[in-house]
Design a binder for this molecule. Structure first.
Ligand SMILES: Nc1ncnc2c1ncn2[C@@H]1O[C@H](COP(=O)(O)OP(=O)(O)O)[C@@H](O)[C@H]1O
Ligand SMILES: [Mg+2]
Length: 169
């Protein structure tokens, strides 16, 4: 059984993976697996472009927990989507040395539910668990992920909506 943890950069995937590892759970960092599938480097965005289809084909038999913004392209049994209010996401990405454009692009992708839409394309709603990390810490997010993985809480899909926040700007 594969449990994926996806989300826009800055939503807290790596942090929650660390929290899970502290509890003795193995979590694969999917970033470490994409190397052979990088097609080009987008120097404007400071990002590698990955052939996700070829990568997913090679990684379809993973087991356990896997974390990364492309986790939802794998045939996970359950998929967790971490979310974060776009303005807080920008604050979290600021110390990373990303360009203003890259920070803005990630905040926009989060505001527009890009990863949620990609995930909903490939999974049934019963497989999806969205967690808003805006005002909870990574330990609490780890508790929620384990509860969902162990069938102690039901799926949660479509409950997080940034449109009201975006329209208030
Ligand atoms: N639940 C959280 N609450 C507050 N800050 C967080 C939380 N999760 C992550 N962060 C902070 O946000 C930044 C990005 O987190 P990270 O785990 O690297 O995200 P991702 O792996 O999704 O890109 C880091 O500075 C981290 O400390
Ligand atoms: Mg990360």
């Amino acid at each position: 059984m594969l449990i994926g943890i996806t989300g826009t950069p800055g939503t807290g995937k790596t942090s929650v993976a660390e929290a899970l590892r502290r509890r003795g759970i193995d979590v694969l960092d999917l970033k470490t697996t994409v190397g052979p599938f990088v097609i080009e480097h987008d120097s404007e965005m400071g990002a590698d472009v990955v052939d996700v289809e070829a990568w997913a084909k090679e990684h379809q038999f993973l087991e356990g927990y896997a974390e990364g913004a492309i986790a939802h392209f794998l045939p996970c049994e359950k998929i967790i989507i971490l979310r974060c209010r776009p303005d807080v996401l920008e604050q979290r990405l600021a110390p990373r040395g990303y360009s203003a454009e890259k920070i803005r692009e990630n905040a926009e992708a989060e505001a527009l539910d890009v990863i949620l839409i990609e995930t909903a394309d490939a999974f049934s709603t019963e497989q999806i668990y969205e967690i808003d990390t805006t005002s909870i810490d990574s330990e609490t997010a780890a508790d929620m992920i384990l509860a969902f993985a162990e069938d102690k809480v039901p799926a949660s899909f479509g409950t997080i909506d940034w449109s009201e926040y975006v329209m208030s700007l």
